[in-house]
Design a protein around this ligand. Structure first.
Ligand code: GDP
Length: 296
């Protein structure tokens, strides 16, 4: 499961602190040194770690905390709150346009889970009584269109597709009109991915952005890739204003670096977490729940 290493490391640091009736500045420094190592080992961005430790120390060292009745618990609570802040503080909700359809453009590298996540998101919206329309805009990856059609059928959501002979920008334009004509209140556009971020891909995404004016541009990143996921998010964000990130494969044994760094590095909130291959394995991302889960 994700975060296993980090959780057990933090638990051992905290059990030492918890056991102490009195906590000295040295104790806090020692504990923070260990937390720092645990975060670095979990592949959290080093700048993020540095700032995180500084913030926790600033709050933890001081008579108010150290002379309190249960200083260990207070410090753990500070770490919990700062971890929550690091991941965005509170839940970042999906945008909703007051002029339907709300357009959601999905972006990401090939294999990150874009097509699967598009369908999962449609299912989530369907459960909330919305009328989503999925758009098969990845015309390059063999079978991506078919994959989306199969998923759409499985969940009972229509899929707008024009095959692989039509330009994705044109597909997106027609899909938007189709959604308006058919009262679909959400349009989820699956776009092409590449193995690496490249100019051609970005140009196509920019053009789809231009014609559909999305309310959300969600970048799908594979949490298993750690800091690479954060680098990918940074480079997409610099060229295409992202409104949020979806972290996939959190069911795998990711060390946690992407989840803990991506908001701090890019400024983009994590809006959803995908925790499995099944179609309902997508949940809104709750920073406070994730922090509690990491602390075990
Ligand atoms: P795309 O190229 O970005 O469209 O990626 P796909 O949606 O085709 O997903 C690539 C692979 O990752 C597929 O085998 C998916 O089943 C798998 N996948 C996607 N999301 C998750 C997830 O949250 N957990 C796991 N374990 N697998 C996932």
């Amino acid at each position: 499961m994700a975060f296993e290493g980090l959780t057990s490391r933090l638990q051992s640091v905290f059990s030492k602190l918890r056991g102490k009736g009195k906590v000295s500045e040295d104790d806090v420094n020692e504990a923070m040194r260990e937390v720092r190592l645990a975060l670095l080992e979990a592949d959290v961005n080093f700048k993020v770690v540095k700032e995180f430790i500084a913030k926790v120390k600033e709050k933890a060292i001081g008579s108010e905390v150290m002379d309190s009745f249960t200083p260990g618990m207070v410090i753990i609570d500070i770490v919990n709150k700062e971890l929550t802040e690091l991941m965005g503080g509170s839940q970042a909700k999906l945008a909703k346009s007051n002029k339907p359809p709300t357009v959601i453009m999905m972006a990401g590298l090939q294999g990150a889970g874009k097509t699967t996540t598009s369908a999962k998101l449609a299912k989530l919206l369907l459960k909330q009584n919305h009328r989503p329309l999925l758009v098969a805009g990845d015309i390059y990856r063999p079978a991506a269109i078919k994959q989306l059609q199969v998923l759409g059928e499985q969940i009972g959501v229509p899929v707008f597709a024009l095959g692989d002979g039509v330009n994705p920008v044109e597909i997106a334009r027609q899909a938007l009109q189709h959604a308006k004509d058919n009262s679909n209140d959400y349009l989820i556009i699956d776009t092409a991915g590449r193995l690496h971020v490249d100019e051609q891909l970005m140009e196509e995404l920019r053009q789809i952005h231009e014609v559909t004016k999305p309310d959300e541009v969600l970048l799908v990143v594979d949490a298993m890739t750690g800091q690479d996921a954060v680098n990918v998010a940074e480079s997409f964000h610099s060229q295409l204003e992202l409104t949020g990130v979806v972290l996939t494969k959190l069911d795998g044994d990711t060390r946690g670096g992407a989840a803990l760094s991506v908001k701090a590095v890019t400024g983009c909130p994590i809006k959803f977490a995908a925790l499995g291959e099944k179609i309902d394995a997508l949940e809104p991302f709750h920073p406070e729940r994730m922090a509690s889960r990491i602390l075990g």
